[in-house]
Design a protein around this ligand. Sequence first.
Ligand SMILES: [Fe+2]
Length: 383
Amino acid sequence: MLFGPCAQDAAASFLPAAGSLCAGGAGFVTAMMATLAANGRTAPAKTLRGEVPAVDRLAVRMVTDNIVIQFLPNETRDGLTIERKSGNTHPDKPPRTILNGEWGLAMQAQSFRGTQERNVMVDFGYTPEVLLNNMEILKVDPSHYDAIVLSHGHYDHFGGMVGFLKATKGKLKSKLPFYAGGEDCFCLRRNPGGNFGALDRQAILEAGLTLMMASEPAIVADHAFTTGRIGQTSFEKPLRATDEIVGIFDGFGCFPEKMPAEKNTGGYIPDDFEHELATVYRVKDRGLVVLTSCSHRGVINTVRQAIAASGIDKVLAVIGGFHVVPPLGDDYIRSTIEEFRQIDPDYLITAHCTGDRFYDLARAALGDKVIHSAVGMRFVFGG
Ligand SMILES: [Fe+2]
């Protein structure tokens, strides 16, 4: 029973305890469905078929990331320029205008093909305060965005979303596509600490965005593609970092009729992250750049999914959170590194949830191709 009566306590959490499920009521669901139908702003994404789009140049900016690194210079490598933004942008006005690190991830992907430019926002970080602060300092203009991709339904990736949408009201392009990996992205999630995900569908639609469901590999802004569902093809075993529940609760959640029946158990179940996706670019003559975000389905699985979806096995770079963290130990880390040796990317750029132990061992094994990300860094691939 998923749609029982729900106490209308304004202070009530929308996270029900297992066994005491309630909902906004069938009336609410009907209203929501009517809203979706009326707006017509939920659509299947354009599936990647045939030729994979290529770009001449790609710049990935870390708008929100876990740490700030100061004092390192810019670098030029083969096929890669690394720009590091000084955090102290207004030394005469301390301490308000400085880049902030937080546990979360948001990236801006700016790509060029000939005279054509595209900008894609990938994730929103944990808080709107940090996201908006860093965007202002980094001069990231949201009116230039051609698409938004949400990698998965965890707060450290979409926590900044509602505040971002409020702050950019009237500034975003009309009907801006918002890509999500499927209905599962909207399910409520919890970890041992409590609520850890409740994506606000109404906020997305009320902001005038077009919600694009991309469970299959899909073209994004003519220049990129999403992986679609990430297969479990390597030794990796996804960490079940959260539990999820099917249903609508106080206006949040995933519609049962759009979810696999076996997940509709009436209680919380281990999260399989079937909705998670990565965003991928093909840089002309250099290979794939895979933006992993959080790799809950496994970072190797994610890269292999990008290869399978595109038919291109040359990987220029993997950038984002790799999520090789405790309780995963050194044996697991070394297996991951060995898999990376086989894939042989030119660069591994570790951000957000990668794990310091993985960075240390990967750096020792693979040397300079392993690069630590930080807030404000900009990685420019291609000519
Ligand atoms: Fe994350």
